[in-house]
Design a protein around this ligand. Structure first.
Ligand code: F6R
Length: 366
């Protein structure tokens, strides 16, 4: 059942080229210039005319929501708020019938997310679900939705569900941008093929596994880790840190790289591994200067970079080179080595990777 892998988590990490392709199958066809999400059909008007998009979720699904905030704002120019379901539901939030709420959940059973949906529904908003488990409570309680089609995710640490969520949200953002006229046709067409090219690039990124295993061996005894990224890779930094915490029990924090100097920089010394996501995108130069700041304080630098990158190589202790992609879709690739890193560290520390202590696959209590 683990398909020859030692753990479900590793199997699910490796399934990503296929699960992302499955998620886009029948929905996206760049050559035909076609993008269809069946679940949106009856709600396209509401979606297109929404004053605001509110995304609500927990944990890893919340991180996917943060990526979506960048996507929706860049492509569709709609204001977006991303809310932890547990905070949103108790805050007496301002919501009305012109809000379009997207609830993201792998299991479709998360109690806080379900309660946030009920609240937004009472206030007259339209609720759209992005769930993996078919027929789950959240899938049933929303007005409409699109499944992620990632297949069953057994490992408690979410991997392939995260990339499938981002895939659905990317398609939604492109569709919305096109419909609202904020994405010109030529740009839209280009982005469709960029997105379609992602599974092959993830496949290539997965081949870095052995390199990452060697890096893991070197840092498995670290007591803390910092993960830093900017722009589209900021949520990836949060996700990398969460993966490490939950399965290896090493304390890790994810931060937007520029926030480091407002506090976490005090933690940096020669014992501190810092994982940078430093791909060549619009924040690259800024991230490079953040790497220099860590280097000057003798932190150990592990950098995920675009293949062929030369500048970061000169500063970092390790560079992990991933295929080049449009910056909006880079999270789908850059998260993969971070999943592998946490996996290998956890295995080397003798942790129960698929069922970490104190965690459950679906959190049905608040
Ligand atoms: C992280 C993880 C949790 C879940 C969170 C939300 O690896 O598994 O943080 O992402 O409990 O779960 P769903 O997506 O099922 O609502």
């Amino acid at each position: 059942e683990k398909g020859g892998y030692e753990h479900f988590m590793l199997k699910e990490i490796n399934e990503q080229p296929r699960s992302i392709a499955d998620c886009m199958r029948g929905r996206l066809d760049s050559r035909a210039g076609r993008l269809i999400l069946g679940g949106l059909r009856d709600y396209m008007n509401k979606f297109q005319n929404a004053d605001r998009i509110i995304i609500t979720a927990c944990g890893t699904s919340w991180h996917a929501g943060l990526v979506a905030e960048y996507l929706f704002e860049e492509f569709a120019r709609v204001p977006v708020e991303v809310e932890y379901a547990s905070e949103f539901r108790y805050r007496n939030p301002v919501i009305n019938s012109r809000d379009f709420v997207i609830a993201i959940s792998q299991s479709g059973e998360t109690a806080d997310t379900l309660a946030a949906i009920e609240l937004a529904k009472q206030k007259g908003a339209t609720i759209f679900g992005v769930c993996n488990v078919v027929g789950s409570s959240i899938a049933r309680s929303t007005h409409a939705g699109s499944y992620t089609h990632a297949g069953p995710e057994i490992g408690v640490a979410s991997t392939k569900a995260f990339t499938a969520q981002i895939s659905v949200l990317s398609m939604m953002a492109l569709m919305l941008g096109y419909q609202r006229g904020t994405l010109p046709e030529s740009k839209y067409m280009e982005l469709l093929s960029e997105l379609e090219a992602i599974p092959a690039k993830v496949e290539k990124a997965l081949k870095l596994n052995e390199q990452i295993e060697r890096i893991a061996a070197q840092y498995k005894d670290a007591r803390n880790f910092l993960y830093l990224g900017r722009g589209y890779n900021f949520p990836v930094a949060l996700e990398g840190a969460l993966k490490l915490k939950e399965i290896s029990y090493i304390h890790a924090e994810g931060y937007p790289a520029a926030e480091m100097k407002h506090g976490p920089i005090a933690l940096i010394d020669e014992e501190m591994p810092v994982v940078f996501i430093a791909t060549q995108d619009s924040s690259y130069e800024k991230v490079v200067s953040n790497i220099q700041e860590v280097k000057a304080r003798k932190g150990k630098i592990i950098a995920v970079v675009t293949e062929g990158d030369q500048s970061v190589k000169k500063m970092a202790d390790h560079v992990i080179e991933i295929p080049r992609a449009h910056e909006a879709f880079v999270p789908l690739i850059s998260v993969v080595p971070l999943q592998q890193l946490s996996y290998h560290i956890a295995v080397m520390r003798g942790c129960n990777v698929d069922q970490p202590r104190n965690l459950a696959k679906s959190v049905t209590v608040e």
